[in-house]
Write a protein that binds this ligand. Structure first.
Ligand code: AMO
Length: 434
């Protein structure tokens, strides 16, 4: 629609065409108002029953809420209108009528449960709050890309249909690939590592990961978006520096560019980008601090993975984003390198929001023989990973990187209760459509 004006741009004195959805109809007797909504906001359309063309007034009064209409008319200043302006229409065209019974109320006056909202996402995203989440998500990804560019990382795209898994065999989704067994990729881990040995050296990818997670929890998805980073000639501390900078850049961009969206989510006053350095706790310190909170029934000992309640207790104690470093080697994956001076300690790290884990990363094992041993120790057949391991024989530099869950970043940033709020069409154990 070439001559269309967004409602936010309609200014007094304009002769404008606005097009959007009928948000509300207010019939006050001699006068009635249609509120038309588009992606930029809302505008009032005035209907004066005695003074305007009868057919035009009738079209305006008969149209059902959420129908798509086009209104042509003069834009006038009107201090009593919600946005200070109104359209005095010369024509109203109903482009797509909406049924009067809607599965949910896009004006937000009647609350709907999350499953109803997810089943009717199109209508749900007509609400300012739901829409704001995805506008912020887009800003987060834009800022993250820009931050990576400042670090001279090249954006890559790696295959999502793969022959082998990397992050634990039970979480793989098998598929049939021309009669052969294949899997949906759980992580671009091996491919991004292969790229640090290529001429690209430093890469990032923002793409889907697929995990047949057992858990149906508010923070797990079966299809998530992973923000992955990997760099040649980096150790784990340098990887943590980039991780911290990228997360801060995302927060700062939202703080700077998403004022209206934060208002829609009622977060404008409390939203704050993290400013200080993220504390770096060793695993040993982490379990000591968790034990000291007294929140767990049983004390954690060296080698235990951190249970969810432990993460919560520690998160409350620390109260800001933080890293956990120096994990026991045995609970980190085969591709993570151990410390040179103590092989029981891994260079793996996690980056945590007080509510949950956002990132895993580490320096990688780049020595061929050690890598093969790592596969065997983890019960994986190195031959199945030949496409990966053999490149470590042709000059693979030391390297490090990490993976950050985009939905968890948005969820924690916006204090959402459920990760599904941050995905348009979530995939979980119960949900395969829409
Ligand atoms: P990991 O498996 O810890 O590490 O995943 C990295 C981050 O991705 C997000 N994430 C998920 N988010 C929602 N639902 C899920 N099912 C899900 N699984 C993972 C989390 C998590 O912290 N290859 C390593 C990364 C690396 O070492 O570079 C990896 O995938 O935010």
């Amino acid at each position: 629609m070439k001559d269309r004006t967004y409602t936010a741009d309609a200014a007094p004195g304009d002769h404008a065409t606005v097009a959007g959805w009928v948000h509300e109809i207010r019939d006050l007797g001699g006068i009635a108002f249609l509120i038309v909504r588009d992606t930029t906001g809302k505008i009032q359309v005035k209907l004066e029953k005695d003074e305007m063309d009868e057919e035009l007034v009738e079209t305006g009064l008969d149209v059902s809420r959420e129908s798509v209409i086009k209104v042509v008319g003069d834009v006038k200043e009107e201090p009593r209108a919600p946005t200070g302006v109104e359209v005095v229409p010369e024509s109203i065209e109903v482009i797509a009528a909406a049924e009067t019974q809607l599965p949910l109320d896009p004006s937000g006056k009647v609350d709907a449960e999350l499953p109803t909202r997810l089943n009717n996402r199109t209508l749900d995203l007509r609400r300012d709050e739901a829409k704001a989440i995805f506008e912020i998500r887009a800003e987060v990804l834009r800022a993250v890309r820009e931050a990576f560019r400042d670090f001279h990382a090249t954006e890559i795209n790696t295959p999502k249909i793969v022959a082998t898994g990397t992050e634990g065999g039970t979480e793989l989704f098998p598929i049939t690939y021309f009669g052969e067994e294949a899997f949906m990729n759980q992580s671009p881990q091996l491919f991004k590592q292969l790229m640090v040995g290529s001429g690209l050296e430093r890469v990032f990818e923002i793409g889907p990961i697929f995990r047949a997670e057992e858990h149906n929890t508010p923070r797990h998805l079966n299809e998530a978006t992973s923000i992955d980073f990997e760099s040649a000639f980096f150790d784990h501390t340098e990887a943590m520096d980039v991780c911290e900078a990228v997360v801060k850049a995302a927060y700062e961009a939202v703080e700077e560019n998403c004022e209206g969206q934060l208002e829609a989510l009622d977060l404008a006053d409390e939203f704050e980008a993290p400013s200080g350095e993220f504390p770096r706790l060793t695993y040993e310190e982490a379990i000591q601090r968790i034990n000291a909170t007294g929140e767990l029934d049983e004390q954690l000992v060296w080698g235990d993975d951190l249970p969810t309640e432990g993460e919560h207790a520690l998160g409350q104690d620390v109260g800001e984003h933080y890293f956990i470093t120096d994990w026991p080697s045995e609970i980190k994956p085969f591709y993570i390198k151990d410390h040179d001076d103590d092989e029981t300690l891994s260079t793996g790290f996690d980056m945590m929001h007080p509510r949950m884990e956002l990132v895993s990363g580490g320096q990688r094992e780049h020595r061929y023989q050690r890598l093969i041993e790592g596969f065997e120790q983890q019960g994986l057949d190195p031959d199945a990973f030949d496409y990966y391991t053999k490149m470590f024989k042709y000059g693979m530099p030391p390297h490090a990187g990490w993976g950050l869950g985009a939905e968890r970043l948005v969820m924690t940033m916006l204090d959402l209760d459920n990760i599904r709020e941050a995905v348009l069409f979530p995939r979980d154990r119960q949900r395969l459509s829409p």
